[in-house]
Design a protein around this ligand. Sequence first.
Ligand code: FES
Length: 190
Amino acid sequence: MTVDGGLSRRQMLLKTAMAFNGVVGVLLAVPIVRYILSPVTKVRKPGYDSWVSLGPIDRFPPGETRLATYRHPDAQALDGETADIACWVRHTEGEHFQVFAINCAHLGCPVRWFPQSSLFMCPCHGGAYYADGSRASGPPERGLFEYRFRILDEKLQIEAGATPTPGSSPASASLVNISGSNMTKRPPCA
Ligand code: FES
C-alpha cells in the first residue's frame, strides 16, 4: 500500500521515526554539550573577583588571630544576615597575614580559634588545625582554606567573591597570598 508521494506505509513510518529520533537526540545532546563547554562559556557573576575590606590592619594585632566578617559582594537585599560571612585573620608580623575561611575543610562546620591551645577546633567531628591553618588531626584531609589578601590604604582586603570551599575549583582553592605589590606563592595548607 502506498500513500501520496509514492511512499509505502512502512517507509513513511520509518521516516517519521527517524525524524522523531533526531529531535530527541538533539534535545538530549544540548545539556551534555553545555556541560562539556561550561568551563569555557561559564559567565562569572558580578562580584566574583571583588576585593572587600576587613577593616584597618591595626584591628589585627601582630601575633593574634581574630574573627572578622565581611558582606559577600554578590549579596542581595533579601539575603539579610546570611550574606555576612565570617573568617579568621591571623597576623603573623609586619604585612604578613593569613585569612582563613571559617568553614572546616571536612564538611564545612564553622571552626573556632582557641588561643589557649593555639588550635582551630571543629565542633562537628573533632577536626583540629594548627595556628597556620595546617591540619592537626581528625577527619579533614587538608588544612583550612585561605583567602587571597592584600593591604591597601592601611586596610586589609580579601578576594571575597569566590568563597573557598572543599568543592571549589583548583584555581580558587590554590592558595596565593599577596600583600601590596609583593605577590608570594604559598604552598597549600595540606
Ligand atoms: S566538619 Fe569539621 S571535622 Fe567534620
